[in-house]
Design a protein around this ligand. Structure first.
Ligand SMILES: [Zn+2]
Length: 357
């Protein structure tokens, strides 16, 4: 379930502010009645009931659709009762009750997540336009399921509470199918499948479902190809002093900090980590671990610029000018092939993982 506490509330207000700004022209567009579906995914599309099918209310405000694909998938549980009603009618009722809760209790524009998977294995579209964006493959509906990740990640809510209860096999099989189709449509690597607790201070998606995510990545890779090995980050703390700290400092600067990139995890770096954790809904402990890295790394590719690109260049030993040009791209490709990665020149989570060391 999406976070309720204020520190982790998705940034709906911030996103709405984009609607009136000139940013819209380059980063997103308003959806009217435009049909989006153009490029069907190459895998079998799971049976997904649209918002029309289950009788969704219209969104309170217009939604933001980004003209770029989602880059990762985040798995949740709804933290609702483990219903024994496996009917389609129940799945539709669940979809309506979640939308009511998100709009009336949380005050959100629409359902927070993109898709909901019932314990009976029925998939419903959550936020409006999610299905069309997925079928398009090049678009992503800004959502409200994981603080700090709503512009990047597809959110899947799984009905139930899986702290102590096993995840049903029917639901699991449908989750594999949905993730496989999403990975194909958006060209997402299986290692970019995460649980909500990888980003925010939450127990979601429950210990039992979270423990299945390695298997999920493996099964998705078996279905559609790609690398299922989950990323793993170092745990850095005050007093540390090395190149990993320097990468962290560059990444924090990418998110608005103004640190000296000296590789020393002193009071300024610890303070910046805490500020960043607070702003992204992560556990605020001043330690740079799984949540902090997952929130801080951003996919970087040809044409990008800024502190994160400087981190890449520093680690690769190329000129550190903060501009991802042909020399940097070539160095990234070489680095990737040396590390046995797909040499596509894009610095994604797996390549960041190797760069951090
Ligand atoms: Zn969640």
């Amino acid at each position: 379930m999406s976070e309720r506490r204020p520190g982790a509330a998705p940034n709906e207000t911030t996103r709405r502010a984009l609607l009136g700004g000139t940013l819209l022209g380059t980063t997103g567009l308003l959806l009217g009645g435009t049909a989006l579906a153009r490029t069907p995914p190459t895998t079998r599309e799971p049976d997904i009931a649209s918002t029309d099918a289950w009788g969704a209310r219209p969104p309170r405000n217009e939604l933001v659709l980004l003209s770029r694909p989602a880059r990762k998938i985040i798995v949740h549980h709804t933290a609702t009762p483990n219903s024994t009603d496996h009917s389609r009618a129940h799945a539709f009722e669940l979809a309506r009750s979640i939308q009511d809760h998100h709009m009336d209790h949380n005050g959100w524009t629409d359902t927070g997540q993109h898709f909901t998977l019932s314990r009976g294995g029925h998939i419903t579209e959550g936020r409006h336009h999610s299905l069309a964006a997925f079928r398009d493959g090049g678009r992503h509906v800004v959502s409200a399921h994981t603080s700090g990740q709503n512009r990047l990640a597809v959110g899947i809510e799984n009905e139930g509470t899986y702290d102590n209860v096993a995840f049903p096999s029917t639901q699991y099989d449908e989750l594999v199918g949905l993730c496989s189709a999403l990975c194909t449509a958006y060209a997402i690597e299986p290692y970019e499948i995460y649980g909500h607790r990888d980003f925010n201070a939450t127990g979601c998606p429950g210990d039992r479902l979270y423990a299945l995510l390695g298997q999920l990545r493996t099964d998705v890779a078996a279905s559609v190809g790609g690398d299922p090995t989950g990323v793993s980050w170092p745990l850095l703390r005050s007093g540390d002093e090395d190149e990993r700290v320097r990468v962290l400092q560059y990444l924090l600067n990418e998110h608005g900090a103004t640190l000296t990139t000296d590789g020393i995890y002193g009071p300024a770096t610890e303070g910046a980590v805490r500020d960043f954790q607070r702003s992204t809904g992560a556990i605020v402990d001043g330690l740079a671990g799984n949540q902090t890295w997952n929130q801080a790394v951003r996919e970087r590719t040809y044409g990008d610029s800024g502190p994160a690109v400087r981190a890449v260049q520093h680690r690769l030993g190329t000129t550190v000018d903060g501009v991802f040009g042909p020399v940097t791209e070539s160095a990234v490709r070489t680095f990737q092939s040396e590390r046995g990665l797909r040499g596509n020149g894009v610095v994604d989570a797996r390549t960041w993982d190797e760069l951090v060391g």
